[in-house]
Design a binder for this molecule. Structure first.
Ligand SMILES: Nc1ncnc2c1ncn2[C@@H]1O[C@H](COP(=O)(O)OP(=O)(O)OP(=O)(O)O)[C@@H](O)[C@H]1O
Ligand SMILES: [Mg+2]
Length: 473
């Protein structure tokens, strides 16, 4: 068995690992760190909760040690992630490991004071962890340069390459040097996304610990069939069975999640909610209370589906099924972290049968039925048609168009040209798109749209501008 000392990491990092109780590298760490230490590009695919953060974090911190002070307004490593909470969490994990060393780690996220971020960036930073929208804003103001970036990480890479983010990502890529090490990590990687990913990588090593889309090992999954109108009562039953354990409940829309959270509160549950309609301050306070176990139930949209590491979460409820099957894998992956056990129950209404089947197909499993009766096909089809008519969208389909990302992004590694972004860059990404009650075009998945709306710079028309010129920062 590999242990951390065999990976060639510097003594300060080994001491930090010991201090934080990490003795043995996880498989993605044992297999991913060696090629990364050699400077190779890498696509790392491993199940949720299996230590991908340190798989890229350790080689980055190792390489940055002893490089001296960064130049003003520069960064040496850039880590991009889809949500503000995930950015903060990654930065905290790296800060823990670099404690007592001069390595500077800085976060850049929307919803927080940009002036403070500008002030902080003046000094330069070793590691910049960012959500794309705010980073673009700072790049366009000239507050930070990416010209000195040696390492780039896309965490939740398939989401970062999907329609909601690809345009922003391509914009950022134009500021990055061609000579760099690029690392992509996720628990899922649809094939079309994998092709786009290749454009960002240079002769990459592919480390695949499990088939992409496989759930973490110790999640017990189940489905309970219930009409939409009965779901709240069913959920109440389940939540009441484990009053002292943390439960994360996923809803599809901001409005619906808020309503559900209020209903649960009125029933006496200790509950909070996180979604794109909450201020960043509220989001942070709610998450902190949940992490600490002070709030037992958290109702969230897909803004909380990816990456969040809250070890105490014992139950995940899919109050509504996601219409992108990969998101199910990420949602249920909020439990059973780092070898723990966890339980995931999906509540499935007739209109969601196709979503359920898509999830089962992706994961190549049959989810055990623990309540209600499987909806007859004819009922499911009728409900689906009704839902389609009501929302004007094609549920159950991957919001395709992924091909739009083509072209080789980022400096000389690719031509850098190509059409910017997928979908309509000038459109209003995510404006109310997560609200199923409103008709919308099926261009951007609601979750992506929501995350993007949260990160949208103040002047969205910038996104509609043609890339004026290539810039290396
Ligand atoms: N080698 C290790 N030994 C013990 N615990 C570890 C080790 N590496 C990471 N962990 C812990 O495992 C948990 C999950 O790690 P992490 O958040 O990096 O998972 P992930 O693979 O990125 O999951 P996701 O796909 O959900 O983003 C964290 O609490 C982390 O501290
Ligand atoms: Mg992660």
């Amino acid at each position: 068995m590999t242990d951390f000392s065999m990976l060639g990491l510097n003594p300060a990092l080994l001491a930090a690992l010991e201090r934080t109780g990490k003795d043995v590298p996880t498989p993605i760490q044992a297999r991913g760190i060696p090629p990364l230490m050699e400077g190779r590009d890498l696509m790392g695919l491993a199940q949720t909760g299996t230590g991908k953060t340190l798989a890229f974090g350790l080689p980055i911190l190792h390489r940055l040690a002893g490089q001296g002070k960064p130049a003003p307004k520069t960064a040496r490593a850039l880590i991009l992630a889809p949500t503000r909470e995930l950015v903060q969490q990654i930065a905290e994990a790296l800060t823990q490991l670099s404690h007592g060393t001069p390595t500077a780690i800085t976060t850049v996220v929307g919803g927080a004071s940009i002036n403070r971020q500008i002030d902080r960036l003046v000094r330069g930073t070793d590691v910049l962890v960012a959500t794309p929208g705010r980073l673009i804003d700072l790049l366009e103001r000239g507050s930070v340069s990416l010209a000195k970036v040696q390492m780039l990480v896309l965490d939740e890479a398939d989401q970062m390459l999907d329609l909601g983010f690809i345009h922003a990502l391509r914009k950022i890529a134009r500021y990055l040097p061609a000579e760099r090490q690029t690392m992509l990590f996720s628990a899922t990687m649809p094939k079309d996304m994998s092709e786009i990913a290749d454009a960002y990588l240079d002769r990459p090593v592919r480390v695949q610990v499990a088939t992409p889309g496989k759930a973490a090992d110790k999640i017990t999954q189940a489905v309970h069939f219930a009409p939409q109108g009965d779901k709240a009562a069913v959920l109440r039953e389940y939540l009441s069975q484990h009053p002292d354990e943390l439960a994360l409940v996923f809803g599809r829309t901001k409005h619906g999640s808020e309503k559900l959270s209020k209903l649960l509160a009125s029933w006496g549950f200790s509950v909070g909610s996180i979604h794109g309609n909450k201020s960043q301050g509220q989001r942070e306070r709610t998450l902190a209370a949940f992490r600490a176990g002070e709030t037992k139930v958290l109702v969230a949209t897909d803004v909380a589906a990816r990456g969040l590491d809250i070890p105490l979460v014992a139950h995940v409820y899919n109050y509504e099924l996601p219409n992108v099957p990969e998101n199910y894998v990420h949602r249920i992956g909020r439990t059973a972290r780092a070898g723990r056990e966890g339980r995931a129950v999906a509540l499935c209404a007739p209109a969601e049968m196709a979503d359920l089947r898509a999830i089962e197909k992706l994961m190549n499993i049959k989810i055990e039925v623990i309540g209600g009766d499987v909806w007859p096909e004819i009922m499911a089809e009728a409900a689906r048609a009704k839902a389609r008519a009501a929302t004007g969208q094609n549920r159950g389909q991957r919001p395709g168009g992924a091909k739009a990302g083509g072209g080789k992004p980022g400096g000389a590694k690719g031509a850098g040209g190509g059409r910017p972004g997928g979908g309509k860059p000038g459109g209003k990404p995510g404006a109310g798109a997560a609200d199923a009650a409103k008709p919308r075009k099926p261009r951007v998945h609601p979750a992506l749209a929501e995350a993007m709306a949260a990160e949208r710079p103040k002047r969205p028309k910038r996104f509609s501008q043609k890339p004026a010129r290539r810039s290396d920062g």
